[in-house]
Design a protein around this ligand. Structure first.
Ligand code: HEC
Ligand code: HEC
Length: 284
């Protein structure tokens, strides 16, 4: 290759790479609308984005892995927590964790109710963006492991950053307890995002270790306020009507309204509820 040929080759390959780069960039931009569900950007979502910026949430939290690493990533938060919990959390975060234990603070920001609703609409829109698996790992700030796994003994709301978990292959597909455990992991929002079955591990919801035996005690105590007649009925009702009888604690409910999502009665099938009840009944 002489000098002239070398120069031509350099210019030619640069031009080719540039064209390729521009082409791919344009192609990516063409897909943004679909990946981000642009048609779902309502005025409330836009308002929520403004509230997010006005309150500098990004100074502590990340979305899509972007932001500050002081507090958990919130990209999928509405897939892990229901509206009741998120509303209560944003009204008064201090109810939900202990500054001494967690050594971090989310300030109370006195956001109005409509603005909190808008924030949740925004975060829900964010959670439905096809982020093509990014960030690749959950951003957990306090070194917790995934909730519901051994060692996932993160307290309070620490496990927020986790992505909704995937289904586990069920061996012995007929076994209702195993099927129920799978529903426990895969319901939307996933039960494991808020409940551990390890004793004493209270996350956004109380530990469900021994819940079956505890249900028996509650039913016999005379304090019980719901409709259930037996343990299975109590456990099923806890899932379909969380506020029928609430576990005491300011971080679990306000004015008798549980922060557990009240959506499972309709989002789960009757068969899934049977399987869940079988699984919960096995937690003795
Ligand atoms: C000064 C830092 C800071 C700011 C600003 C802040 N947060 Fe937080 N936030 C935290 C910390 C720390 C936690 C986690 C506490 C813990 O459990 O350890 C948290 C937790 C949360 C949670 C609960 C996560 C879960 O797992 O349930 C939500 C929701 C949340 N923040 C939303 C917001 C929103 C929305 C804003 C803006 C309006 C905001 N935060 C602003 C520090 C902050
Ligand atoms: C956003 C967090 C959250 C999610 C998700 C969640 N829960 Fe709960 N759960 C709670 C809270 C908070 C309580 C305590 C207040 C109450 O009794 O409702 C609770 C209570 C319970 C209780 C009653 C425990 C007792 O001792 O009486 C059961 C059973 C239960 N949840 C099962 C489930 C199952 C099964 C799922 C999934 C289908 C689930 N939860 C999803 C937060 C959650």
């Amino acid at each position: 290759m002489n000098k002239k040929q070398a120069r031509l080759f350099a210019i030619g390959s640069t031009a080719l790479a540039t064209l390729l780069f521009l082409g791919l960039t344009v192609d990516s931009h063409r897909q943004f609308g679909k990946l981000t569900n642009a048609d779902k950007i309502t005025p409330e979502v836009t308002r929520g984005k403004d509230v997010w910026h006005e309150n500098n949430c990004i100074n502590c939290h990340t979305l899509f892995g972007e932001g500050a690493y002081y507090a958990p990533d919130l990209t999928k938060i509405t897939k892990l927590r229901g509206e009741a919990y998120l509303t209560a959390y944003m009204k008064d975060p201090s109810q939900f964790y202990d500054e001494n234990k967690h050594r971090r603070l989310m300030p109370r920001q006195d956001i109005s109710e409509p603005d909190i609703k808008a924030l949740i609409a925004f975060l829900d829109w964010v959670s439905n963006v096809d982020n093509q698996g990014w960030p690749p790992r959950p951003i957990l700030v306090t070194g917790g492991t995934f909730p519901g796994t051994a060692g996932g003994a993160t307290q309070g709301a620490d496990s927020a950053a986790a992505q909704p978990p995937a289904a586990r292959p069920v061996s012995g597909a007929e076994n209702p307890i195993a099927l129920g455990e799978n529903v426990f992991r895969t319901a939307a929002p996933a039960c494991v995002a808020c409940h551990s079955v390890a004793p004493g591990v209270n996350m956004a919801g109380p530990s469900l270790a021994g819940v079956s035996a505890r249900a028996q005690q509650v039913l016999a105590s005379g304090q019980y306020k719901g409709q259930a007649k037996d343990v299975a009925g109590y456990l099923r009702e806890s899932v379909t009507h969380p506020s029928a009888h609430v576990v005491p604690g300011a971080m679990y409910s306000a004015n008798g309204n549980s922060f557990m999502p009240a959506t499972y009665a309709t989002s789960l099938t009757a068969a899934q509820l049977d399987q869940l009840t079988a699984y919960l009944s096995s937690l003795k």
